[in-house]
Design a protein around this ligand. Structure first.
Ligand code: HEC
Length: 188
């Protein structure tokens, strides 16, 4: 019978047997994850980095073309409070009406405007909505009809006109005209 040998200490110390080995283990335990994290970061960054020939504008254009095939969707939020006439004028009308570009009647030039003003609010608004000669239709941009009307009134009233400030109520009245197919709204 074999005598029971005293337990060998080495059985429980695993592969690390010298302080030098311990140092390597500690260093490895520290550096391997760090290197792995750095490598991962590079990998992710490279996956998302656009290739050299990549042009974001091209991508936008391409997707626009695809969307166009399906149909343009214009999102004009009519529930937002309308922008002031002044603001819309600055954004969209000033290009031509400030300096009389393309023969536009100038802002503040009462003489140039008086004959036009006599044609009446609806006639002028129609020109703004649908365009007139060198002035392209102002509809179809980022502003609502009401905002365009406000811009028109701002421009005209700064040039000798005395149109009332357009409001949503006026607009509803407009849409009840017999020519319109819009449902008649009962504004009490
Ligand atoms: C691309 C230049 C251009 C822009 C932008 C422009 N207009 Fe005009 N507008 C003109 C020209 C040119 C005329 C003169 C048209 C004519 O009578 O031959 C005109 C005429 C008008 C008239 C008189 C129309 C009539 O029936 O006599 C009004 C009102 C008017 N513009 C308002 C606006 C408003 C409001 C905006 C901005 C929402 C605007 N315009 C943006 C060029 C422009």
């Amino acid at each position: 019978m074999k005598p029971i040998e005293p337990e060998n200490d080495n059985d429980h110390t695993g592969p690390v047997k010298t302080p030098k080995q311990l140092l390597w283990v500690v260093l490895g335990a520290f550096f391997i994850p760090v290197v792995a994290i750095i490598a991962l970061t590079y990998y992710v960054a490279n996956v998302h980095r656009p290739s050299p020939g990549f042009n974001p504008h091209e991508l936008v254009e391409k997707s626009n073309k695809i969307i166009e095939k399906v149909g343009k969707v214009e999102v004009i939020d009519e529930t937002k409070p309308p922008k002031a006439g002044n603001e819309v004028y600055q954004a969209q009308c000033i290009t031509c009406h400030e300096k009389g570009t393309l023969g536009a009647p100038k802002f503040g030039d009462n003489q140039a405007w008086s004959a036009r003003i006599n044609k009446g609010y609806d006639s002028l608004l129609n020109s703004v909505y649908n365009g007139k000669n060198a002035m392209a239709a102002q509809r179809g941009g980022e502003f609502t009809d009401l905002e365009l009307a406000k811009a028109m009134v701002f421009l005209v009233n700064s040039s000798g006109g005395k149109f009332p400030e357009p409001s949503l109520a006026n607009k509803e009245k407009e849409s009840t005209k017999p020519t319109s197919v819009a449902p008649v709204k009962n504004s009490k």
